[in-house]
Design a protein around this ligand. Sequence first.
Ligand code: PLP
Length: 447
Amino acid sequence: MFSNSLIELDRAHLVHPVASYRTHETLGVRVLASASGATLTDATGKQLIDGFAGLWCVNAGYGHDSIVEAAAKQMRELPYATGYFGLGSEPAIRLAAELADRAPGDLNHVYFTLGGSDAVDSTVRFIRYYWNARGKPNKDQFISIEQGYHGSSTVGAGLTALPAFHAGFGLPFDWQHKIPSHYAYRNPAGTDPQAIIAASVAALKQKIEQLGAERIAAFYAEPIQGSGGVLVPPKGWMKAMREVCRTFDILFVADEVITGFGRTGPLFACSEEEIVPDLLTVAKGLTSGYVPMGALFMSEHVYQTIAEAAGASAVGHGYTYSAHPVSAAVGLEVLRLYETGLLENGRRAGARLMAGLESLRDHPLVGDVRGRGMLAAVELVVDKERKTPLPAAADPARRIFDRAWHNGLIIRAFASGVLGYAPPLCCTDSDIDAIIERTRQTLDETL
Ligand code: PLP
């Protein structure tokens, strides 16, 4: 049963991620208690459709006994195995091999982390190692994109361009540079896909010219910018940016922490973009949120350059929980589920979700609808003609989140008045229809 003492204990002791501590203390926590499929039940017994798969991660949905069994079996047999001292475990080796087999091109080498932030963080370290190995130690500047999110670790947060992740910290990120986002709905270049691609290519080239290609280590891009508001670049954008990087000998890192594992349709969004990045990061859907795990993929040339330079010396990068066998066992089972119906269901449900959200365009508050597969957003405006955002002072994110919750729906309500959708891939037609109906009801009540 719902317990007031739990709220008090939370208020007194649990520091929540990305929260206003004072507001949270005032409002109190909403405790989630159980879940099945795409439905969550809170501690009062209220049922809600999880339109955001937790935090864009529970791609498989809740309550898969086979995932629980895979974890329990591995815990009984071997709950922990280090990768240090030349040791390893069967699930970690098998998962690396299965992933390498499915990853685009020659991304054959997999380094397991605990989540997305440390996967991104690890790429920064490996990239610096790579350029030192290639005799180009001056390549120590990194470029990413405004509205991009790459985690909140101390190093990786430098690549994150969302102001909320920098305010108040004052950490120096002078090695970090940004170019404008492709954000089609509000792009000064207009909405034409080719014009948007040309503007991004020009911005990247200009930044390279300004800094000097001989100083730039890498460029980071999400196939779809998630936390920036689900910003979908035109088809061909990733390919064009990848080519610029190749031309100037700059490593291209695709951050697929959100887009990986069926969120946009295939296992990797880069496959449908027909590109092979030099490095690629994943997390979230890798274990579908049942246990923590992330990974980075290195292409042959990156791995071989580092391996060759290190020779008999250790490459000094590793965690106690790198390649954790329980997480790997879960990853293997989740991968099996993706390939025995989940990806297919996600594609079907994704088409229904997009059609449903498109049908909201007639609502006076809906300025834009965008997305791909089971990753989508609705951008709210007070004036469609002028694309005027909802007034920030009215705290639309909290108001809309609360209304949606009241209506039995969890969605991400960004401060900018953008509603984010990333439901589990297991959603049924009626789950999707309920997401749309409850969104419309929420919008009507927000007017
Ligand atoms: N990269 C991207 C694109 C993300 O969306 C996220 C998290 O949302 C991260 C990195 C960080 O992942 P994590 O929260 O698992 O550390």
